[in-house]
Design a protein around this ligand. Structure first.
Ligand code: ATP
Length: 197
């Protein structure tokens, strides 16, 4: 089974690309969904997070309050490290379980979509890295439109991430998404026709 790691910056178009790939027949695993699954009440990661950060980061129903946790780790790099040392192995285990299932059922190509594929050091677990690329101005405009942010708020989000150019340099395939959705679709169809089947 060929595993493609699909990544890119904020609002670069990863979800859009994975929807196109699914329509073409790819099986997509969404790391963000796995991240939520990995810390559900009852999991060992959930217990470890409560032990590390206290019950103050729980919602009334016992689920982890991702926003509360997000604001703690945003301000504290060592807290981020602590959290990631709990979540990354849990997400990795889930991903491996899902991928093993797909392999058993004979799926030829699986797409692992992860915003932080490169930052999390997960590139060695995929066969190739595809980076969805947009230039800075397009990215700022799409973040502003989608999230209802001002230009300076959008720029702040971008500044907290690995620069797109750096990400693109790490990809075996760079998918340009500066054009229209139709152009993106054609581009993906072309790439897929070379590897799909
Ligand atoms: P994030 O990781 O930040 O959630 P993402 O990389 O998955 O984002 P998408 O959700 O696919 O990105 O796209 C971000 C926004 O840009 C969406 O509102 C989407 O509709 C829009 N968008 C994506 N591609 C294009 C395009 N080619 N033209 C115009 N808008 C686009």
């Amino acid at each position: 089974m060929n595993i493609i790691g699909l990544t890119g910056g904020i609002a670069s178009g990863k979800s859009t690309v994975s929807r196109i790939l699914e329509r073409l027949g790819a099986v997509v695993i969404d790391a963000d969904q796995l991240a939520r699954e990995a810390v559900m009440p009852g999991t060992s990661a959930h217990r470890s997070i409560v032990a590390a950060f206290g019950e103050g980061i729980l919602l009334p129903d016992g689920a982890i309050d991702r926003k509360a946790l997000g604001s703690i780790i945003f301000a504290d790099p060592s807290a981020r490290k602590r959290l990631e040392s709990i979540t990354h192995p849990a997400i990795r285990e889930l991903a491996e379980r899902h991928l093993a299932e797909l392999r058993r059922s004979g799926v030829p190509v699986a797409v692992y979509m992860a915003a932080l594929l490169i930052e999390a050091g997960a590139t060695d677990r995929v066969d190739e890295v595809w980076v969805v690329y947009v230039d800075r101005e397009t990215q700022v405009r799409r973040v502003m439109a989608r999230d209802g942010l001002s230009r300076s708020e959008a720029e702040q989000r971008l500044a907290a991430q690995m620069p797109m150019e750096e990400k693109a340099a790490r990809g075996q395939v760079v998918i340009d998404n500066n054009g229209t959705p139709e152009e993106l679709e054609r581009r993906i169809e072309e790439i897929w026709s070379k590897i799909g089947r």
